[in-house]
Design a protein around this ligand. Structure first.
Ligand code: DNO
Length: 356
C-alpha cells in the first residue's frame, strides 16, 4: 500500500508539497494538470514539469486524478472517436513518463454533488453535507451558485468555471442518454483505450458516482456492486479497474463496502478512504475518518483491502475544516493528515495481526 495526498498544484492549492512531505508515511501525491480541458492532448513538457516539481520536494506523483473524459465520449456524440484518439495520445505521454494510475469518472454533467460545503458540526468543525430534500426543491443553476459561493475562493475540481458556464448546454447533450446508453459509451471508450493501457501498464480506475443515486434525473452507472461488476465483465481486462471510494459508494447505506471490495479482487487500483455519517434517508455529512465518528467500519474496509492483497495507492479523502484553517472545502491539510495517519495505523494493525 502506498499512502498519498491529493495535491492540486501550486496555483490552485493552499497546501504545499513541503507540508505534505511531513505527514507520516506519505511519500507521494495524486495530482493532474489543472487548467487543461477535457479533450485536450497533454503536453509532455507540462507533464515533465509537474513531475520535476513534485520530485524536487522529495515526493513522487503516484497517480493522476483525473484525466477527464470529454462529453462527446460520454454521450457518444459524432466527435467521440477524435476525442478518444486525443485521450489515447495523453495516456501514451503519461505512460512514457511512468505515470500509470489514472482516475476518471463517467458522471454526466456534474462530478460530485453536495448541498452544503460548510455544515457546522457539534465539535465546531465544518464539513460537506448532502440533503436530497434540498436537491428536490432546487434546479441545477441554484446548486451551481450555492457551490461556487461556498468554495472559499478555491476552484473546486469537478466544478471548474469553464464547465459550469456550459451547464444548460450539457443538460441538453445528455437529454437522450439513459443508463444503457451511458454504459455502452463507457464500454466503447474502454475497449478503445485498453491496448495503450496494456502497452504502458496503465491502470484505469473509474471513480464511483457521488452520491450513488441519480441527481436531477441524470443516469448513474457506477453506483452499486452489480453495476460495477457489469462494467468489469464487459471489459474484462486487469487494466480496467476501479477507484474504491468509500465516501461515494457509502452514501447509499445498502452498499456493503467490504463485500464490494472482496468482489473486486485485483481490479481495485486506487482507494479513496473516508467516512461519513448518515443522518436521515438521503441525507449525510462527511465525518472525521475514524469509525466511531461516522457510519462506516473503517477497520473492516482496511481489512478487506489487505486480505484481498491490495497493493495499490490509497489517499485519505475529504476532510473536515478544523483548527481555523482557510482551506479548500474537503481538501484542507489538517483533517486529511489525521485521516492518513489513522488509515496507516489501521493498516499496520491489520498487517501485524495477519502475520501473527
Ligand atoms: C471529489 C473527487 C472527485 C474525483 C473525480 C474523479 O472529491 O473524489 O471529484 O476526483 O470524480 O474523476
Amino acid at each position: 500500500m502506498q499512502m498519498t495526498i491529493r495535491w492540486f498544484g501550486k496555483n490552485y492549492d493552499a497546501v504545499t508539497l513541503e507540508q505534505i512531505r511531513q505527514i507520516p508515511g506519505v511519500r507521494g501525491v495524486i495530482t493532474t494538470l489543472y487548467g487543461t480541458q477535457p479533450g485536450e492532448v497533454w503536453k509532455t513538457e507540462d507533464i515533465r514539469a509537474i513531475k520535476a516539481e513534485v520530485e524536487a520536494a522529495g515526493l513522487k506523483i503516484l497517480g493522476i486524478e483525473s484525466v477527464n473524459i470529454h462529453d462527446e465520449i460520454k454521450t457518444g456524440g459524432p466527435l467521440r472517436d477524435k476525442y478518444i484518439e486525443n485521450y489515447i495520445a495523453t495516456l501514451e505521454r503519461l505512460g512514457k513518463e511512468d505515470l500509470r494510475l489514472i482516475c476518471y469518472n463517467f458522471m454526466p454533467v456534474f462530478d460530485w454533488t453536495r448541498t452544503d460545503l460548510a455544515k457546522r458540526r457539534t465539535d465546531g468543525s465544518t464539513t460537506m453535507a448532502y440533503d436530497q430534500k434540498i436537491i428536490d426543491k432546487i434546479n441545477p443553476d441554484d446548486m451551481l451558485n450555492s457551490i461556487t459561493s461556498q468554495s472559499n475562493g478555491f476552484v473546486l475540481a469537478g466544478w471548474e468555471p469553464e464547465r459550469l458556464a456550459r451547464n444548460k448546454e450539457l443538460f441538453a447533450m445528455y437529454k437522450d442518454v439513459d443508463e444503457e446508453k451511458l454504459f455502452s459509451n463507457l464500454v466503447y471508450f474502454l475497449r478503445a483505450i485498453m491496448p495503450v493501457c496494456g502497452k504502458y501498464g496503465i491502470n484505469m480506475a473509474i471513480h464511483p458516482d457521488d452520491p450513488a443515486w441519480s441527481v436531477f434525473g441524470l443516469p448513474r452507472i457506477i453506483s452499486t456492486k452489480e453495476k460495477i461488476l457489469r462494467m468489469m465483465k464487459a471489459v474484462d481486462d486487469p487494466h480496467n479497474g476501479v477507484t474504491l471510494c468509500t465516501g461515494s459508494l457509502g452514501t447509499n447505506p445498502k452498499n456493503d463496502i467490504p463485500d464490494i471490495i472482496r468482489s473486486l479482487k485485483g481490479r481495485i487500483h486506487f482507494a479513496h478512504l473516508r467516512n461519513l455519517l448518515h443522518t436521515a434517508p438521503g441525507m449525510f455529512e462527511e465525518s472525521a475518518h475514524l469509525s466511531s465518528d461516522g457510519s462506516m467500519d473503517m477497520f473492516a474496509i482496511v481489512k478487506a483491502l489487505y486480505d484481498g492483497g491490495f497493493d495499490g495507492v490509497i489517499r485519505p479523502d475529504h476532510g473536515r475544516n478544523i483548527w481555523g484553517e482557510k482551506g479548500m472545502p474537503g481538501y484542507g491539510l489538517y483533517d486529511r493528515a489525521l485521516g492518513a495517519a489513522y488509515i496507516e495505523g489501521l493498516w499496520e494493525a491489520v498487517d501485524k495481526m495477519s502475520r501473527g
